[in-house]
Structures are given as structure tokens and as C-alpha cells.
Design a binder for this molecule. Structure first.
Ligand SMILES: [Zn+2]
Ligand SMILES: [Zn+2]
Length: 155
């Protein structure tokens, strides 16, 4: 059973490789990389990706935003570590949503919250490029003659 106490005693920090015993929290961080194992993995609610690799990080590394080197796998009672750069990169989470105001179609930026009518490759308010998902295809589908039937129903 992987209690937080078991994590603390048996898992090393995936950034500094130090002990977690003196860390107040056991921090789990999703890595946006594909896990080729069962546990532990993260489910990304934005992309729907189910097997995202996870790292365990001590408080000091989390605060310092230190680069994470390893992902952790629990296989039975065994703890295995995987080098992050060897894992397949997952697509970035979608950071935009189409919005319709009356008859005008626009894009809502999920980074800064700005909504603008008309098509754009990126947010004109915060400068973020729109990524994740297929914006052009979604836009084209939303422009089709029967907009009510186009695209997944997102509320
Ligand atoms: Zn650390
Ligand atoms: Zn923005």
C-alpha cells in the first residue's frame, strides 16, 4: 500500500535525487510524457491523455522549480525510475476554446481568459500561441452551415 509515509521513506526526489524524509510534503508532478507503466500515472483532464508519467519532488526542488530528471514507477513493492528525456512527449493541453456570441464566432484564450471574435493563431491579449487540439479544423467545423450540429458540445 503506497501511503504518503511509504512515499516519503522509499522514494527519492526525482529532481535532486535526495531523500524526501525532511520534505514536509510529497509533491506529485505531472510530466507531460507518456508513461509505459501502470502506476502511478496522471490523467490529464484537458487532453484526455490517460497515462501521463509522474514525478515525486521534495519541497525544496518544487520551490526552486528545479528541473525534474526522473519519472517514478511502482511495480509491486519495487520502485523504478525512468529518465524523463527518454519518455515520449505528450501533446500540450488545449489552451483555447471556440466561443459563439450571437452569430459571431471567436476564440477564448484559456491562458489569460480573453475572448476575441474572429480567427487568430494566438492570443492578441497575452501573446500565447494557441496549442493543443486542431484549432483550424475546429474553426472550419464551427463555420459550417449548421453550426448547432458541428463539433463536440462543450459547455
Ligand atoms: Zn529534491
Ligand atoms: Zn491570452
Amino acid at each position: 500500500m503506497w501511503t504518503m509515509d511509504a512515499y516519503r521513506r522509499r522514494v527519492r526526489c526525482c529532481a535532486c535525487a535526495g531523500s524526501l524524509r525532511r520534505s514536509k510534503h510529497v509533491n506529485l508532478v505531472s510530466l507531460q510524457r507518456r508513461a509505459t507503466w501502470q502506476y502511478p500515472v496522471w490523467r490529464n483532464v484537458l487532453t484526455g491523455e490517460d497515462g501521463e508519467a509522474v514525478a515525486v519532488v521534495c519541497d525544496a526542488c518544487l520551490d526552486a522549480n528545479r528541473e525534474i530528471q526522473e519519472a517514478v514507477e511502482f511495480r509491486g513493492a519495487e520502485v523504478l525510475y525512468h529518465t524523463v528525456i527518454d519518455l515520449e512527449r505528450l501533446p500540450p493541453p488545449q489552451n483555447w476554446m471556440l466561443v459563439r456570441s450571437g452569430w459571431r464566432l471567436g476564440i477564448h484564450c484559456l491562458v489569460c481568459g480573453a475572448a476575441k471574435a474572429g480567427f487568430a493563431e494566438g492570443c492578441t491579449a497575452c501573446g500565447s500561441a494557441f496549442e493543443g487540439g486542431d484549432l483550424e479544423a475546429a474553426w472550419a467545423a464551427a463555420q459550417s452551415p449548421r453550426p448547432a450540429a458541428a463539433g463536440p458540445d462543450r459547455r
